[in-house]
Design a protein around this ligand. Sequence first.
Ligand code: ADP
Ligand code: SF4
Ligand code: MG
Length: 352
Amino acid sequence: MTAEGEVATAAAGRAEAPPGTTAGEEILRVEDLVVHFPIRSALLQRVVGRVPAVDGVSFSLGAGETLGLVGESGCGKSTTALAIMRVHEPTAGRILFKGRDLASCSKRELHDVRRNVQIVFQDPQGSVNPRMTVDDIVGEPLLIHGTGDRAHRRRRVAELLDLVGLQPEHANRYPHQFSGGQLQRIGVARALALDPEVLVLDEPVSALDVSIQAQVITLLQRLQEELGLAYLFISHDLSVVRHISDRVAVMYLGRIIETGPRDAVYRMPTHPYTQSLLAAVPVPDPSARHETRALATGDAPVPTAPPSGCRFRTRCWKAQDRCADEVPELIDRFGHGHPSACHFADASPDLP
Ligand SMILES: Nc1ncnc2c1ncn2[C@@H]1O[C@H](COP(=O)(O)OP(=O)(O)O)[C@@H](O)[C@H]1O
Ligand code: SF4
Ligand SMILES: [Mg+2]
């Protein structure tokens, strides 16, 4: 858990440690990440604007832990994931793996980081080549990284299929012969081929039926225990994130607006956005449901033109003049060990 002073320092921009830093050995750190996409005119392809998809995001991930990154569609979760994977070049900010800055490390170091940080995507169908066998799909990272000969790859693929609960004979089949849940297991096996320390899981169960979701989550938990993996678990689904995460970061329009240990955030959300998200989550026992709060109204504004001051103010029932003028800092105002970015944050009563 992070001390309040540290949080305030981080919020001020000179991050000693990002908000909500883990107690364990830090393996991945994202500092003030900014990713802006250019908007081009249809005719001349001139840059006429920009989409600030991620606008100053900081967090850290400890070895063996799970950080849940949660927020509505379009808030910048996948862009954050793809910046970590170097698919998108950050506009500003730093991404550090075991203290090494990905932007300035040598080719050899980057090769090492690429092995160690792997991604699993949401769409199990779309993220595999339909013309490749499972053997080739799962073994491809070994081929790309020049690890071992064909016989070694075969053995490793068999090992990986066993690890994710598939059969050796599945190796010779094609993607269309599998269910969504099985395909996601293949995606996980492929991500584990190079024995990484970090998995970025971008909505890994969102495309699956609820009963299958539980199986894949159980698999991920078992793999984490057996292999000591750290997970950046991305989802728009608060229930799934609550189930799997040690710590949670809530995103809204390109920024983290509340973060902290899982139970602190879910039981005592202090930001109106987190409160409204949690009030909207169905709970199994309605009598255990917290009093109905004012819900955020309307859709999130388009990220091309985020509101001034607090980005949530156009949907916030507590908004006042100050909210339009001043950007609220991510600060731990109550000493609960979880900072939030709201001028009028309130420590709510315990939620179930
Ligand atoms: N390659 C891109 N070019 C332009 N805009 C993009 C691109 N990728 C994402 N965006 C925009 O950035 C914002 C954040 O998108 P994304 O990171 O995919 O959100 P999430 O994963 O939380 O749903 C959205 O407004 C989206 O339209
Ligand atoms: S800063 Fe103002 S607008 Fe933003 S969440 Fe807090 S009360 Fe609402
Ligand atoms: Mg996404």
